[in-house]
Design a protein around this ligand. Structure first.
Ligand SMILES: Nc1ncnc2c1ncn2[C@@H]1O[C@H](COP(=O)(O)OP(=O)(O)OP(=O)(O)O)[C@@H](O)[C@H]1O
Ligand SMILES: CC(=O)N[C@H]1[C@@H]2OC[C@@H](O2)[C@@H](O)[C@@H]1O[C@H](C)C(=O)O
Length: 396
């Protein structure tokens, strides 16, 4: 299957189920290399929202479970992923015969940098459901060669989303926050790309909103917007050991656990915070952690910061991020980056990670490495992912 792309390009379907557990993003993407640079045209993208029972099963499996439940959940998730791929393919007007492969991230259940990482979502189920070859299990190879197994989006940021003339930071705010710092122009000179998880994305904001208001998240910041930020708590939390660790580094729900959320709420309550103040403080801390990580660890001051992920749809959080950059700019004399939304520059940001995994699938098929060692800490670049071939009856 390692063959160059035909001239008219290769269509792949990317699938991502992220840490916030809101659902599956699917994107149908045509890759081509007209001038020696990879170009990605998004033909269609969809979101498949998990129902409550699916979300609860996934959430529970991250902390607790039996071999029986893990086995069953991986198979069921394979079916959901397959259905999400089919819906996106229908939307794009393509069939299995047009699609070179489905590239599926699956769902991370456990991520322990330095030891192991585990994504579930049975690739054989996806292959049978869609009639397409499937590439999956992208993170384990990077970890086997000494990397963190994350973040993997940096190669997409470098190849597809660079600023034409200036350094750019691409900040995703999903459950976890992660940044890639990319030099001007596209290309795949990956040594100069840096990327790492900045800390919380929406994981704390969602956690306190769920606990205090019984809502899945603070839609349009209706709650945070009426709250008061507890500045002292923000400053104290910036002492979190993860924020002091130098990259390469990655984190996950293993750090921002239900116990972490409980302790956050208790701390804010003890400081006199009302429920809305606690949500506002969660936004302020999340923004402050991003500003702090840029000051500490970005090797270049970016001209702009491009926000993606669901957190970019939280207007209070976005204002806090702009405030954090301003605060650091005033104190350090470093230029304050322009904050821009990914949707305004490229395509629906909800699809960004699905497109990134489609690219990783495309790189696999064309025999090219997908990891960026300066971002993951791997000893070397590697072709990522395991291939589940298409059923032979479809190829004959
Ligand atoms: N209108 C909105 N107002 C406020 N917050 C929003 C809005 N829309 C989405 N969000 C936030 O975005 C979250 C979903 O983010 P996203 O889909 O990027 O996460 P993910 O892909 O699962 O995460 P990760 O990138 O960590 O894997 C929601 O849980 C919510 O916090
Ligand atoms: C282990 C894992 O699933 N990590 C996710 C998570 O969500 C955001 C951040 O933490 C990032 O490290 C990663 O996902 C993106 C897609 C990445 O690998 O770049």
């Amino acid at each position: 299957m390692t063959q160059p792309a035909p001239d008219n390009g290769a269509i792949l379907v990317g699938l991502m189920s992220g840490t916030s557990l809101d659902g599956i993003s699917a994107a149908v993407v045509r890759f081509s290399e007209p001038d020696g640079r990879v170009r990605a045209d998004v033909l269609h993208s969809t979101q498949h929202v998990y129902d409550t029972s699916a979300r609860e099963r996934l959430q529970r499996a991250m902390h607790d479970g039996s071999a029986r439940e893990y086995c069953r959940l991986s198979a069921d998730l394979g079916d959901w992923l397959g259905d999400a791929a089919l819906a996106a393919m229908r939307g794009a007007g393509v069939t299995a015969h047009d699609v070179r492969a489905v590239a599926s991230h699956g769902q991370t259940l456990w991520h322990e940098p330095g030891h192991s990482t585990w994504q579930i979502g049975d690739a054989s189920r996806i292959a049978e459901r869609t009639g397409c070859a499937v590439i999956s299990d992208f993170r384990v190879r990077d970890m086997a060669v000494g990397g963190q197994g994350a973040p993997l989006v940096p190669i997409a940021d470098r190849m597809l989303f660079a600023h034409p003339t200036a350094w750019r930071a691409l900040q995703n705010i999903g459950g976890i926050g992660n940044v890639t710092l990319v030099p001007p122009g596209g290309g795949d000179d990956r040594d100069i790309v840096h990327g790492f998880d900045t800390g919380p994305g929406v994981v704390i904001i969602d956690g306190v909103t769920q606990r205090l208001f019984g809502l899945p998240f603070d839609r349009d910041a209706a709650i945070a917007g009426s709250g008061r930020i507890l500045e002292q708590i923000v400053l104290e939390l910036l002492e979190l050991p993860y924020l002091r660790e130098a990259p390469p580094k990655s984190t996950g729900r293993e750090l921002f656990t239900p116990a972490f959320i409980d302790a956050f709420i208790a701390r804010c309550t003890a400081a006199g915070g009302a429920p809305a103040d606690i949500v506002a403080t969660a936004c302020a801390f999340t923004a402050a952690s991003i500003g702090d990580q840029y000051m500490r660890f970005l090797t270049e001051a970016p001209a702009d910061v491009v926000l993606s992920g669901g957190g970019a749809r939280n207007p209070f959080l976005v204002r806090c991020i702009e405030g954090a950059f301003m605060w650091h700019g005033e104190r350090s004399g470093r230029p304050v980056p322009a904050v821009r939304l990914f949707d305004d520059l490229f395509f629906d940001a909800e699809a960004k990670e699905a497109v990134a995994f489609a690219l990783l699938g495309y790189l696999h098929l064309t025999g090219r490495a997908g990891n960026v060692p300066s971002a993951t800490g791997a000893r070397a670049p590697r072709v990522l992912g395991a291939l589940t071939p298409v059923a032979s009856s479809l190829t004959s």
